[in-house]
Design a protein around this ligand. Structure first.
Ligand code: P6P
Length: 334
């Protein structure tokens, strides 16, 4: 396969995508620069004394790792200057970040988790940056208001993630399928390596933190235990895989199929994962690749966020496996 860059792919293969415009490719270019810069720092983390915490606790109540802070500041800096954004929201920042008049602005809104699963970096496990992109509603001008950002995931125009691991990857959709690009460090470019990614209809892996079993309600418990007995696509039993880093667990699900589950549990009726910067972008990718994503009851992309850091339970992956969970939750809802 010839070396196809992200920009070339967008322009050549997604002609019908209205986002192969200069503005969007400009946004993507700066997003890619951010991904490469974060990757470079992560790959040397052990040597640059950026492991460990900053002593700060973020809006999620989680200890901010040094590299989280570096990735967050880097993304905000680049996105403010890309000329395509009018506002952004980061998992690390409590409030909406509006792009000031000192910067060139555009009609896109980006929401991101700058470094999901960063605590795994201390043990050299894959981590990632997850992003979700909306267009500002037509006709809206002046200061961006929260209602322009708090929109269902089905209104996203693009979504994706960078995964920092043995190789650095970018997995991206602009609404015309899902395509994977691998960074060639020698060239410094992401090159098309996984065109048209498709999630298998039925999987052989289930992925969840079974340490929470005693905190799950009956529906969640039955949903997980379903995969202890159900026949997998290979005919035998399912295998259990749980990395504990959402991007790593999701990327495996995109490639091998199966289901990733993070249910609600005692004290967390909406679970742990964030709707806007985790569930929505991954749900768009899953559906664009022929998979599915729900909270057990509702399609993730139809949910109306009530706040920037709203959380949601998440069941995502092979269509057949997600449907099995929906059927279990439906029985419990009766
Ligand atoms: P638990 C990391 O903190 C994260 O947000 C995801 O990357 C990961 O899938 C999940 O939380 C792990 O959570 O409760 O199983 O440790």
């Amino acid at each position: 396969m010839a070396d196809i860059t992200v920009t070339e792919h967008l322009l050549l293969h997604e002609k019908r995508s209205p986002h192969a415009t200069g503005r969007f490719t400009g946004l993507l270019y700066d997003l890619i620069v951010s991904g490469k810069s974060i990757a470079r720092r992560i790959n040397k983390a052990g040597l640059l004394d950026i492991l460990g915490g900053t002593g700060v606790v973020n809006v999620q109540g989680e200890a901010v790792q040094k590299i989280d802070d570096i990735a967050n500041r880097l993304l905000i800096y680049r996105m403010e200057r890309c000329g395509a954004i009018c506002a952004m929201s980061s998992e690390e920042n409590p409030d909406l970040i509006r792009v000031g008049p000192e910067f060139p602005r555009g009609d896109y809104i980006i929401i991101f988790d700058p470094l999901d699963g960063s605590s795994n970096m201390d043990v050299d496990v894959n981590i990632g940056t997850i992003f979700s992109i909306y267009r500002r509603p037509a006709g809206r001008t002046g200061e961006v208001t929260l209602d322009e950002v708090l929109r269902p995931g089905m209104e996203q125009v693009a979504a994706g993630y960078f995964m920092y691991g043995p190789s650095t990857m970018l997995v991206l959709t602009t609404g015309a399928g899902v395509h994977g690009f691998t960074l060639d460090p020698g060239v410094g470019e992401f090159l098309l390596s996984h065109p048209d990614m498709r999630i298998p209809e039925h999987g052989w892996i289930y992925s969840c933190n079974e340490g929470y079993r005693e905190k799950w309600g009956p529906a969640a418990r039955e949903a997980v235990e379903y995969f202890h007995k159900a026949p997998s696509c290979k005919g035998g039993a399912y295998s259990s895989r749980y990395v504990g880093s959402l991007v790593a667990d999701f990327h495996r699900t995109m490639i091998y199929g199966g289901i990733y589950m993070y249910p609600e549990y005692d004290g967390r009726p909406n679970g742990k994962l964030r709707m806007m910067c985790e569930a929505n972008p991954l749900a768009m990718l899953a559906e664009q690749a022929g998979g599915a994503a729900t909270d057990g009851r509702v399609r993730i992309l139809e949910k109306q966020p009530t706040e920037l850091h709203a959380r949601t339970p998440l069941f995502i992956g092979s269509k057949k496996d997600v449907e099995a969970v929906n059927a279990i939750y439906a029985r419990h809802a009766k």
